[in-house]
Design a protein around this ligand. Structure first.
Ligand SMILES: [Zn+2]
Length: 217
């Protein structure tokens, strides 16, 4: 596997899932939007640079996705035995996990700021039950697959290393049928909204908006 490319976009921003073990309430200090919005009021010209910044992170994310695709194809075509394939797939996932998470966070933050800049503050996009139900249908496997190491299918569920506490033996389960997760190690569990609240430090509302892909209706 000497052809494995190096990580195109390493990030210094580290998410420490170990800190999220406890089911603590989200504090105001985790919420970056108000200060960003205040900055926009002080420096209105900053609005001009949001679309450029957004494009930067979207391009970066696309670059990472292309990198993953390239390496997975490389593994598929050059690695013969199952164990080595699994091993190299894990290497690829681990390599980009944090960079991808950072991209998602920045894209979400900038999209929200962009909406603010166009006079549709998020607080006015009230949540109704339809939106919440719609958000809950976002496949948890897709949301979680880049954040759960050593993820593999076992019967009708998936098992992997818990993103919320440190462990060597997988005890974290994803249940596609109920679109939910549960960890038998730290007893963290819930639906796809809860998963994002814990991994991204999102509020409930932010998680719903994120899962709906910024759709208004
Ligand atoms: Zn756990």
């Amino acid at each position: 596997m000497s052809g494995l490319q190096s990580n195109p976009s390493p990030t210094t921003s580290r998410v420490n899932p170990a800190n999220r073990c406890k089911n603590k309430p989200l504090e105001a200090s985790h919420y970056v939007a108000p200060s960003d919005k205040e900055l926009l009021e002080i420096f209105p010209e900053a609005r001009e640079i949001i679309p450029g910044k957004l494009k930067y992170w979207q391009d970066k994310k696309n670059g990472i996705k292309a990198w993953i695709k390239f390496n997975l194809r490389l593994i598929r075509t050059t690695v013969k035995d199952d164990f080595s394939r699994w091993f190299w797939r894990e290497v690829v996932k681990t390599e980009v996990k944090e960079a991808l998470l950072e991209c998602n966070k920045q894209i979400f933050r900038l999209t929200r700021l962009n909406q603010g800049a166009h006079n549709t503050p998020l607080k006015e996009l009230h949540l109704n039950m339809d939106k919440i139900e719609q958000a809950k249908t976002a496949p948890i496997i897709e949301i979680a697959s880049s954040l759960v190491s050593r993820l593999r299918k076992t019967g009708r569920k998936y098992i992997g290393l818990c993103p919320f506490h440190k462990e060597d033996h997988p005890s974290f389960y994803l249940y596609p049928e109920t679109n939910s997760f549960y960890c038998f190690g730290c007893h963290q569990g819930g639906d796809v909204i809860k998963f994002l609240e814990l991994t991204h430090d999102f509020s409930f509302k932010e998680a719903v908006e994120y899962l709906r892909g910024g759709k208004e209706k």
